[in-house]
Design a protein. Structure first.
Length: 169
């Protein structure tokens, strides 16, 4: 896969993720979940825009520009959102739609990370660095989505910690 094809495919991955998060946010009755889903949708749109600018520059000049890479969603902010969801989970309305969307998002984030990892391994220089950064970003999204899903389903883990341990003793 050449760089142009990789950028075009990356735009497709980011668009798919953005659209999923937007749809999920529209159906989310919980304010904390809505904030997280909206932030993830905004992040994916920023990634899509960045890749589109890089593609345009590549087509025009045969090089990538020096634009700063998209930011990574701050883990502390996402942790706060998930903690709020845990604290209120018994008072929530039925979260099934959000859970289904988050399960789909896990697949999308995993597939996107794998794609970027493959591409980064096949490119050199600035192009490799661009896609390596996107691996980190999308893996971060994967972990945030997993934490939110854990908070909603009450599986007992939150960022790989026992969050629902019994306080007996």
């Amino acid at each position: 896969m050449n760089l142009q094809e990789a950028l075009e495919a990356g735009i497709g991955y980011e668009t798919r993720a953005r659209d999923l998060y937007r749809r999920a946010a529209e159906q989310c009755p919980d304010p904390a979940g809505l904030r997280l889903l909206s932030q993830l949708a905004d992040d994916e749109e920023g990634h899509r825009e960045h890749l589109a600018r890089q593609l345009e520059r590549w087509r025009e000049a045969g090089e990538l520009d020096d634009a700063p890479a998209p930011r990574v969603l701050p883990i502390a902010a996402a942790a706060k959102v998930s903690a709020e969801a845990i604290a209120r989970r018994s008072a929530r309305s039925d979260p099934r739609n959000e859970i289904e969307a988050l399960q789909e998002a896990l697949v999308i984030e995993r597939d996107t990370s794998a794609f970027y990892r493959r591409v980064a391994g096949s490119l050199e220089g600035r192009a490799r660095d661009l896609f390596k950064h996107f691996v980190e970003v999308e893996e971060g999204h994967f972990h945030l989505v997993a934490a939110q899903l854990d908070a909603l389903t009450g599986v007992g883990k939150w960022f790989d910690l026992d969050a629902f341990m019994s306080q007996e003793g």
